[in-house]
Design a binder for this molecule. Structure first.
Ligand SMILES: C[S@@+](CC[C@H](N)C(=O)[O-])C[C@H]1O[C@@H](n2cnc3c(N)ncnc32)[C@H](O)[C@@H]1O
Length: 354
């Protein structure tokens, strides 16, 4: 057996702000999911600790290999990683270099601010955890997973996928959100002088307009673009229930989405928050079977939602009915957190098995 080491990491300041008292718990859950999927279950004894008056998350593991560290580097919460040596009452911290996958400047993720945006750190967490549940989690690092956000708003998931170098597509019914995202993306690509090709227009079939589509091919750099190794991003403005009119069956590895919260326009009250919350269940019951067809067998789906609108058991049932196997072990149950008075958010992840 390899000797065990103690590691500790600092949480990103934004992660601490987002989850407040729950920050260490969410970091722990994400790390354990990652450990099971790509670190041979090597991580043990994940705990919150204070060193020199500063909060850390610590864990025990055999010395992490370079390949394993490349995964750990992309934890949504990780700011800086250390090996903790010496005696418990006089620990010495040795920095462990981490290389994030980020292929573009961080303003891709942070510039857009608008009501209804899914927090970008949480979106990264949801994408990571969903990728870990598919049958090829290692491909997160090699650009080999194709991502669909079928309720994409103004593209937070698509931006994170692009950041990772993954091809992605989104569906959103609100025309203003799609237009705003297209404007942002075109402007950002131009401002960053990134090689790209963008086309948008109506999608018509049998003399009927099905929706509007934006297709973009983006080069991480000139050389890759010239070689034809660009990253694809497509956004369709349409009802998500018609997603299968735009994409081929089995053409995605991951579906990652934040379900509507319905807080402002809701008609049904649940939970202690007292906010008006409409259940996402009618939409999800109709849409999940459609989305399931777009996912290949072995692919995974991750949905976040407001628990005041539906229970975990209700979402699990919708997924199971559509042929998914829900991931329900302990770390997958560690993501519930309070967002505000009217929203307590959780996520559920499942793999398509047939
Ligand atoms: C929680 S928001 C997602 C926000 C997105 N992650 C972002 O950061 O911009 C849910 C989105 O689902 C969209 N939506 C609701 N019902 C839809 C439907 N039937 N078809 C397509 N989009 C829908 C809403 O317009 C909203 O933008």
């Amino acid at each position: 057996m390899n000797a065990m080491h103690t590691y500790g990491f600092l949480l990103l300041p934004s992660h601490n702000r987002l989850y407040a008292a729950g920050a260490a718990d969410l970091a722990r859950a994400e790390l354990l999911v990652l450990s099971d999927a790509v670190l041979d279950g090597a991580v043990r004894e994940v705990a919150a600790a204070e060193l020199g008056g500063v909060p850390y998350v610590t864990f025990r593991a055999p010395e992490l290999t370079a390949g394993q560290l490349r995964h750990v580097a992309n934890l949504s919460s990780l700011y800086a990683l250390f090996l903790i040596e010496g005696e418990p009452d006089a620990p010495a911290l040795r920095p462990v270099p981490v290389e994030r996958l980020d292929r573009f400047p961080s303003d891709l993720i942070t510039i857009q601010k608008y009501p209804g945006k899914t927090n970008e750190d949480f979106t990264k967490l949801l994408l990571n955890v969903t990728a870990m549940a598919c049958d090829a989690p290692q491909r997160l690092l090699s650009g080999g997973l194709r991502v669909l956000d079928p309720l994409c708003g103004r593209g937070t998931t698509l931006n994170q996928a692009l950041m990772y170098g993954l091809d992605s597509a989104g569906v959103e019914q609100d025309a203003r959100s799609v237009e705003a995202y297209e404007n942002f993306l075109r402007h950002w690509l131009k401002a960053g002088r990134l090689k790209h090709r963008a086309e948008s227009g109506q999608v018509r079939r049998d003399k009927r307009t099905l929706g509007r589509r934006l297709s973009v091919e983006i080069g991480e750099n000139k050389e890759l673009y010239k070689k034809g190794q660009s990253i694809g991003l497509t956004v369709v403005q349409a009802d998500t229930v018609a997603s299968d009119q735009f994409f081929r069956p089995g053409s995605f590895d991951l579906i990652v989405t934040d379900a509507p919260y319905g807080v402002r326009y809701g008609s049904r009250t649940r939970g202690e928050g007292g906010g008006l919350t409409r259940s996402p269940l009618p939409l999800l019951s109709e849409a999940v079977p459609v989305w399931a067809r777009l996912l290949r067998t072995g692919g995974a789906i991750g949905i976040s939602w407001n628990t005041y609108g539906a229970t975990r058991a209700e979402l699990a049932e919708v997924l199971a009915d559509a042929g998914f196997e829900v991931r329900d072990t302990e770390p997958y149950r560690g993501f519930e957190h309070r967002v505000d008075q009217a929203i307590t958010r959780d996520l559920i992840v499942a793999r398509k098995t047939a």
